[in-house]
Design a protein around this ligand. Structure first.
Ligand SMILES: C[S@@+](CC[C@H](N)C(=O)[O-])C[C@H]1O[C@@H](n2cnc3c(N)ncnc32)[C@H](O)[C@@H]1O
Length: 302
C-alpha cells in the first residue's frame, strides 16, 4: 500500500513525507533514489575521518549537528525500500562515535518521529523549530565547552531553508566541519524570478547580494560557477581558510577550486552539490580523496 501511493504524483504531505507511514508506524520522508549518493558521501567521510575524530570521541568531545534532520527514515519512490536518514546513520557509528547529537527540524511530526527513532540514545537532543533561530542558542552552549570537535550535516530541501548567517554562527566553533547540501537545481529553476527582486531567498542563502552583478557580468549560463564561487568566497569570509579549500575540483564543469560532489537525479540533471567545508586541511584532504569514489564503486567518476 505504501509503495503504491509513493508511485503516484503528489504523494507527499506538507512536510515532504509519504502519505502512508513507514513500517514502524511513524512518518517517513518520500525521496528519489539519488538520495543514496548523499548518504554514501556522508558515511564515507565519517568513516574516513574516524581516526582524526577518535581523540575527541575518546574524551567525550565529538559532537554531531543536523540542522535539517527530517523524521529519521526515508522511502525510495518506486522501490519498496525504507532507509535511514543521514542523521540516524551518523548516530549509529561503531568507531569514534559522536558523544552528543543535536537534531533540529521545523516539522513537529518529524521531530516526534525522530525522537522515537533515536530513543535509545540519551545523548540525542531533538528540537522542533527553525534551525536558523535555534542554531544561535546551540552555538552559545557549545562555545562553553572547550576542546571539542563538531561535524554539522546541513541538508535543507532548498535554499529557502538555510540562511548563510547560520553557517556563520556554526563557524564560531573552532573545530567545525560542515557537509553542506548546496541546492543548485532549485537555485537555477528560480534564478530568473530572484533576479527580478531584491532581498530574496537566494540573497539570504548566500548571505550576500554580490551574485547579482556577477551574473549580469558573465551571463546566466555561468550561474553554476557564480553560485559555487560566491559560496566559497563566503565560506572564506567566515574563517574557512584558502588552504583548506584550495584543492582540485571534483567536477571540471564547475571550474571551481572548491571540491564538490554533484548528485544527480535519474534524468542525469544536477540536483544539488555536496560541499565539505573544513578549517583543517586534513578534512579537505580526506574529502578530496573520498569523492574520487562514486557510490557504485567506480573511481574518478567526477
Ligand atoms: C531534505 S529534508 C532532510 C533530510 C534528512 N537530512 C536526511 O538525511 O534524510 C529537509 C528537512 O528540513 C526541514 N526544514 C525545512 N525548513 C527548516 C527550517 N527552517 N529549520 C529546520 N528544519 C527545516 C524539513 O521539515 C525537512 O524535514
Amino acid at each position: 500500500m505504501t509503495v503504491r501511493r509513493c508511485e503516484e504524483r503528489g504523494c507527499k504531505d506538507k512536510d515532504g513525507n509519504c502519505l502512508t507511514n513507514g513500517t514502524d508506524g511513524l512518518p517517513i520522508q518520500c525521496v528519489g533514489p539519488w538520495v543514496e549518493d548523499k548518504y554514501f558521501f556522508l558515511e564515507q567521510y565519517l568513516n574516513a575521518s574516524r581516526e582524526a575524530r577518535r581523540k575527541f570521541a575518546d574524551e567525550g568531545n565529538a559532537v554531531f549537528i543536523d540542522l535539517f534532520a527530517g523524521p529519521g527514515k526515508c522511502i525510495i519512490k518506486n522501490e519498496k525500500r525504507e532507509i535511514d536518514s543521514g542523521g540516524i546513520r551518523a548516530l549509529n557509528r561503531n568507531e569514534a562515535p559522536f558523544n552528543e547529537c543535536f537534531y533540529f527540524d521545523i516539522s513537529k511530526a518529524n521531530v516526534l518521529a525522530l525522537k522515537k527513532r533515536s530513543d535509545a540514545k540519551s545523548t540525542c537532543h531533538v528540537r522542533c523549530g527553525d534551525s536558523n533561530v535555534l542554531v544561535k542558542e546551540l552555538v552559545e552552549k557549545l562555545l562553553k565547552k572547550r576542546y571539542r570537535y563538531h561535524f554539522a550535516y546541513i541538508d535543507p530541501f532548498g535554499p529557502d531553508g538555510l540562511k548563510f548567517k547560520s553557517l556563520a554562527e556554526l563557524a564560531r566553533l573552532g573545530r567545525m566541519d560542515m557537509l553542506i547540501h548546496f541546492p543548485i537545481g532549485a537555485i537555477k529553476r528560480n534564478l530568473n524570478h530572484w533576479l527580478r527582486k531584491e532581498d530574496t531567498i537566494l540573497d539570504n542563502f548566500l548571505g550576500t547580494h554580490i551574485w547579482r552583478e556577477r551574473i549580469q557580468k558573465v551571463g546566466r549560463d555561468k550561474s553554476y560557477k557564480v553560485m559555487v564561487d560566491t559560496f566559497k568566497e563566503q565560506l572564506r569570509n567566515i574563517g574557512y581558510p584558502e588552504e583548506g579549500l584550495k584543492l582540485a575540483a571534483s567536477d571540471g564543469s564547475i571550474d571551481s577550486e572548491l571540491p564538490t560532489v554533484p548528485v544527480k537525479n535519474t534524468k542525469d540533471v544536477n540536483l544539488y552539490v555536496l560541499i565539505l567545508a573544513s578549517k583543517n586541511p586534513l578534512g579537505q584532504k580526506i574529502w578530496s580523496s573520498i569523492i574520487k569514489m562514486s557510490p557504485n564503486g567506480q573511481r574518478d567518476l567526477f
